[in-house]
Design a protein around this ligand. Structure first.
Ligand code: CP
Ligand code: NVA
Length: 309
């Protein structure tokens, strides 16, 4: 057992492969416990502060419910109601919250803000989405792939669409566990080069192959897992119309999926925009496991909290 007490989760890239597998193992265990109705109050008496600078359905509910199932308590802190929204610094907020709570979860815009919070907080900080990465989502995605496919190493995941926070965390996550990853994105919307380079360094160690291309058909060939995400992320609402045109050739639909392996699974972090990045047919089709994936947010985040808090 690797001791992860007190550790932050800012990006999957910061974890070792062993730590990723440990999180997945504990998540599986807690999932079984919960399904059997076995109480598991590992965090009794502990409190998680949850700062949300952006909207959320899955993240908010799964962290709050997860903390409750672990015997602890979660506090929802919206920018409208905390002084951070009126200019109190991140550093001061981190030090004050650390005197009350046992862990801080934050969803915000800049990754630097999460890093600053972690620097000043005395308690573990969990990144629940920034413009750069979404590590909790990809840990849940890896758990879902492992459940559906039996293992991770050697599989190929293809991500079609915007080179955004999801693309970045998938690059980090797949490279870490030895999965091949192909990303197809239009010019100007490719994943960040520094992220690709950092993932590449891990890929060299784990034997996974990273391909970044503009061609969705090339990317989909031989894929075991197909992934997509919205074309306009939170904070990019005013670009939505322009992006609709640019991303149109990147829609995940049945025609494109002819090139994937016959037993591919389809993942989407949700929320989905049917008829844009994915068709209704694919999202609701036999290969789609998006709701099992959403459920796994709960189990994986419980594992993260149980291990770090
Ligand atoms: N996938 C995800 O993080 O969903 P929410 O924005 O609803 O939390
Ligand atoms: N890329 C999306 C993911 C939402 C879970 C966003 O940042 O809005």
């Amino acid at each position: 057992m690797i001791n992860m007490k007190g550790r932050d989760l800012l990006s999957i890239h910061d974890l070792t492969q062993e730590e990723v597998f440990q999180i997945l193992k504990i998540a599986e265990y807690l999932k079984t416990q919960q399904k059997m109705g076995q109480a598991h109050p590992i965090l009794a008496g502990k409190t998680l502060g949850m700062i949300f600078q952006k909207s959320s359905t899955r993240t908010r509910v799964s962290f709050e419910v997860g903390m409750w199932q672990l015997g602890g308590h979660a506090l929802f802190l919206s920018p409208q109601n905390i002084q951070m929204g009126r200019g109190e610094t991140v550093a001061d907020t981190a030090r004050v919250l650390s005197r009350y709570v046992d862990g801080i979860m934050i969803r915000t815009f800049a990754q630097e803000e999460v890093e600053e919070l972690a620097q000043y907080a005395d308690v573990p900080v969990i990144n629940a989405l920034t413009d750069l990465v979404h590590p909790c989502q990809v840990l849940a995605d890896l758990l879902t792939v492992q459940e559906k496919k039996g293992s991770l190493k050697g599989l190929k995941l293809t991500y079609i669409g915007d080179g955004n926070n999801m693309a970045h965390s998938l690059l980090y996550g797949c490279a870490k566990v030895g999965m091949d990853v192909s990303i197809a994105a239009p010019e100007g919307y490719m994943p960040d080069e520094a992220v690709v380079a950092a993932a590449q360094a891990d890929a060299q160690k784990t034997g996974s192959k990273i391909v970044i291309t503009k061609d969705p058909e090339e990317a989909v060939a031989g894929a075991d897992v197909i992934y997509t995400d919205v074309w306009a992320s939170m904070g990019q609402e005013e670009e939505a119309k322009e992006r609709m045109k640019i991303f149109a050739p990147y829609q995940v639909n049945e025609a494109l999926l002819q090139k994937a392996n016959n037993d591919y699974i389809f993942l989407h972090c949700l929320p989905a925009h049917r008829g844009e990045e994915v068709t209704e047919e694919v999202l609701e089709g036999a290969h789609s496991v998006v709701f099992d994936e959403a459920e796994n947010r709960l189990h994986v985040q419980k594992a993260i909290m149980a291990l770090t808090m």
